[in-house]
Each structure stands twice: as C-alpha cells, then as structure tokens.
Design a protein around this ligand. Structure first.
Ligand code: F6P
Length: 546
C-alpha cells in the first residue's frame, strides 16, 4: 500500500464531485453571462488556437481542476519525464520521446549519459539514406531505382508513419508509391505488393522488439515474395530490406545487414515512436527537411508543456477537461473529429496513443483504481461523420465530449476550384460546434411554425461540450504540434489517475493465447485448457475450411 492518499479521497477530488452535483448552467447561460468567455477560454500554442469555451466549465471548475493537478503533482511527473527518470515503473524505463525532437545542442541524460547525440546521429543516417532513395542513388539488387516503399510494422511501428504519410501527402514525392502493411491477414501484404515491381521495391521492417509475430510473419513473406520475383538468393535482401529497431541481434538473425538498421532505444515507447527511426518511410516520402520541420513542431509544444503556466498550459487543460467528463459526468468516450481529409488516419493513431496508454485499471503501485481512466477514443473526418453518427451526439442520450480540428487554409496543392470548397467545409466545422453547444430550444422550433407533435423531435438540447482546435494549415510542423499536444494530454491524465501510461501489459494475454491456439488450427493439435466455447469454434473452423 502506498502512502499517497487515494485519489477519490483527496479533498480536491471531493470538491470537484460536489461542484458536479451542483452543476446547473447551460452553455447558453454561461455565454450570456460572460461576453468575454470565448476570449478568456482560448489558448494559443505555436500555430494552434484552442478554444475551450464551449465546455461545461466555469472559473471555479477550472480552479478546482487545477487544484487536482497540483495535488497529484502533474508537473512534478512531467519534469521527471523530461529529465529522463524511469517513470515507466513496470518496465523500469525512462520515457523520453521528447528527446527525439531535442535540438542538437540539448543535453538529456539517461543514467548519466546524454542521449541527444545518438538521436541526431540516427536522424543524420536516416536523412542520408532517405536522400539516396529519393535521388535514385540507392538502387535495388538489379540496379533499378527504388520507386516503391513498403513499411511493414504494426501498432506504433505502423500507425504513426501511416497517419503522417496521409496527413502530409501534399508534401510527398508523388513519384514514390508508399504503402503500409500491418495486418497478419495475408490480404494486407497481397494488396500492398500485387501491382509492384520487386526490382523497384524497398521494404522497411519496423519493429521496436523485432519479435512481433505479425511483423516478422509479414516480413518473412515479403522476403519470399521478393526473392521469388527476382529469382535471386538471399544476397538480394541487402538492397531491398532495411530495419527500424532497438534489437540488432534479431535484425541480424532475420538476415538484414545491421548496417541497414536504423536504431532507436527502449526509452521510446512504441506509440510514441513515429518521430524516431520508425518515421523512415515518412522521411523518404516527404524528405529530411520536412521531417525536421515536423520535429520542430513537436518541440514547440514540448516547450510549451514544459514552460507555460498551468492556467494557459494547453495539454494540461485538455487533460483536465477529459477528467472532468470521464470521472464526474460519466462520459465513456471522446470523439476526435478532424475537418481535413488528410487526417483520415489521425483518430486511429490517437486510439493507440490514448487507449494503449491510459486503458489501465491498476495504479502505479499495483493497487486497483476506483475511478474512471482512459476513454474510448473514436471519430472520423468531417463532414462524413455528420451524415453518420453526429445524430447521436446531437440528440442521443450520451454525453460525448469532442475535439473539432480544422484549418484556416486548405493544402496548397489543391486547384483553385477545390480550394474554394474549403469555406464550405469550415462552415460545417463552425456550425457543428455551435449547434452542439447552443442547440435549438422548443420555443425556437415552435417559432418556425413546426406542428406541436413534431416539436420534441426537432428540439436540440445543446450543452454538448467541444474543444475547437483551429490551425493555420496542415504542414509538417503543425502535424508535429498536434501530435505532441495529444501525447502530453494523455500524459496529464495518466499522471492524475496515477497509472503507468507507458506500459501495455494488456496486449500480452491475447498474444500468448494466439500462439497456443495456432497449432490447433494448422495441425489439429490438442490444445490443453481451451474453454468449451473456443474449442467448439476451433473444431467448426477446421471442418468448414477448404
Ligand atoms: O500492441 C503492443 C505493442 O507492443 C505496441 O505497443 C507496439 O507499438 C506494437 O506492439 C508493435 O511492437 P513492435 O514495434 O515491437 O513490433
């Protein structure tokens, strides 16, 4: 048992619970009472403007939430993270994704050793390699230029670069085909390679551990495909396979020359790794300069998180608002709704970042939590969601806090005609948060001449909380800023909830069981300990399969 008082027994927590019990005002009232609310509840970070005025909060709410953050020493843990202390307690590791974007002359020590020079050594090696692929200097086994890049990885070794590649498509070399294979379903690799010329294809095997079964299986199949297509021996692998990993031994075992391995370190969590060597596919696509601009964007928010006062600290505010709804309003989910087609994979990326980090039910010392932790994160780009699930957000029975992310400018590459559609996109963006907050009263509906039996159906209660994040334009730097904002928001919540946001033991059991079940499927072997339901399903599978 630790000496730390239980979170829900802290006076700061019970004060929030009381405040929630007495909560009455509608957002309409809050705005009516304070003409400066929007201005007062807006923070600016780099190129991001965050308006959190459409939240169910008053100055008192914010003060109470800040007291909770102070009592749980969020900033103390933040400083320990930036200092390289081993705050990932269950794995006894430092948590230093922030060092991945530290400037060359910074000093960040792990066990007394400055890690920044290594970070830049790898970045330089990546830049050199990316430059050679982009220029055509790096060729395949038969001397042909590389035109296709296939990243093979899963989880943090896939979602980040895949998301960022989509987000920054307008900045990519359009002559390159870049694909991402993650699923152990053979269809993924099949579809990614079926129209590619092996002579022009580079595989990037991305795996922190280099033991992840999906990745090693896909990489092995990709190697077989390549050697079959080239009708070549294993010597061809060197020009078509590179590895991104912390595990040189396993990389060598796989047959990849460790000279073609780009390293990262155990203090980079998988879901925090796309700005490490894991971003090589992205760097090849957008070029080293753009990649560095993205790192600069991350750093803008790192510096803000480290230095901004609590009341203007954007990640802290976002984290606390999430706690307000999750723990005091029983909100189970959190929607992230980007109004940019280029951010189509943004929320999927955040799902791992947030849910693998904060999907925990024990505290850092192993004691069970007795409060809500991470929410279900979900969402897809606007305006598509408006014609699918927004109905439930507007008129359903659940409270769903949402982040709306939009841009003042469309990406530069669009034609003038398509750029003109941007105002319509953004009109929807602004209209939605307004409708969610203010709704439409029964009297307003009646005033439109709607028949009485229809009034209830057409009334919008409103009072649905949203954050609006308005950025200038979706550039590499802005993407870095957005990701760092969410990384630190997740950190804040984990700190308050007293959970280890940096381990992921919950993934292990399924992995172990899959390994145990596989022989039953392939060889019909007896698997001791299979429960009756699973045993019957396995038997049915074996009967049904051709
Ligand atoms: O899902 C569990 C996990 O360990 C993630 O945290 C990680 O991003 C993913 O698997 C892939 O791991 P690796 O990079 O070691 O292949």
């Amino acid at each position: 048992m630790s000496d730390t008082p239980k979170l829900t027994r802290r006076p700061e927590w019970t004060a929030l619970a009381d405040h929630r019990d007495q909560w009455q005002p509608h957002l309409r009232d809050l705005f009516a009472e304070d003409p400066k609310r929007a201005e007062r509840y807006t923070v600016r970070v780099g190129d991001l403007r965050l308006d959190y005025s459409k939240h169910l909060i008053t100055d008192e709410t914010l003060a109470l939430l800040q007291e909770l953050a102070a009592a749980t020493d969020v900033f103390g843990l933040r400083d320990a993270m930036f200092r390289g202390e081993r705050i990932n307690v269950t794995e006894n590791r430092a948590v230093l994704h922030t060092a991945l974007r530290a400037p060359r002359d910074a000093v960040v020590e792990v066990d007394g050793e400055n890690v920044v020079p290594e970070v830049h050594q790898v970045l330089d090696k990546m830049a050199d390699f990316a430059g050679r692929v982009r220029s055509g200097e790096w060729t395949g086994h038969t001397g042909r230029r590389i035109k296709n890049v296939v990243n093979i990885g899963i989880g943090g070794s896939d979602l980040g670069p895949a998301m960022a590649y989509e987000a920054l498509r307008a900045f990519t070399d359009r002559a390159l085909t870049v694909r991402f294979v993650s699923n152990v379903d053979g269809a993924d690799l099949h579809e990614a390679t079926r129209d590619l010329d092996a002579e022009e294809t580079l595989f990037i095997v991305a795996s922190k551990t280099f033991t992840t079964i999906e990745t090693i299986t896909n990489a092995t199949s990709a190697r077989d495909w390549l050697l079959g297509e080239l009708n070549a021996g294993p010597e061809a692998v060197a020009k078509h396979f590179v590895a991104l990993s912390t595990n040189a031994e396993k990389v060598a075992d796989f047959g990849i020359d460790v000279a073609n391995m780009f390293e990262f370190w155990d203090w980079v969590g998988g879901r925090y790794s796309y700005d490490s060597a894991i971003g090589l596919s992205l760097m090849i696509a957008i070029g080293p300069d753009r990649f560095r601009e993205m790192l600069d964007g991350f750093r803008i928010v790192d510096d803000h998180f480290k230095n901004a006062p609590a009341e203007a600290n954007a990640p802290l505010l976002l984290g606390l608002l999430g706690i307000w709804y999750g723990d005091f309003f029983d909100a189970q989910t959190h929607a992230v709704l980007p109004y940019s087609h280029y951010l189509s994979k943004f929320t999927a990326y955040l799902q791992q970042l947030d849910m693998e980090s904060n999907g925990k039910s024990v505290q850092r010392d192993g004691e069970p939590v007795e409060w809500q932790t991470g929410p279900v994160v979900w969402g897809t780009p606007g305006t598509n969601g408006q014609h699918a699930y927004y109905q439930l957000i507007h008129q359903g029975t659940k409270l769903i806090p949402a982040d709306f992310i939009g841009f003042a400018n469309p990406v530069g590459e669009l034609s003038d005609e398509l750029k003109a559609q941007h105002d319509l996109l953004m009109a929807n963006f602004f209209a939605q948060t307004q409708a969610l907050a203010f709704g439409k009263s029964a009297d307003e509906v009646r005033a439109e001449g709607v028949s009485e039996e229809q009034v209830a159906h057409r009334t919008f209660h409103g009072d649905h909380p949203t954050t609006t994040i308005l950025a200038t334009e979706l550039t590499p730097s802005v993407l870095g800023q957005l990701i760092a904002l969410y990384e630190h928001k997740v950190f804040v919540q984990g700190a308050v909830w007293n959970i280890d946001s940096f381990d992921q033991w919950g993934v292990e059991l399924g992995k172990v069981l899959a390994k145990r079940v596989e022989p039953a499927l392939t060889e019909g072997a007896d698997v001791p300990g299979l429960d009756p339901s699973t045993a019957a399903l396995v038997a049915a599978y074996r009967t049904l399969r051709k």
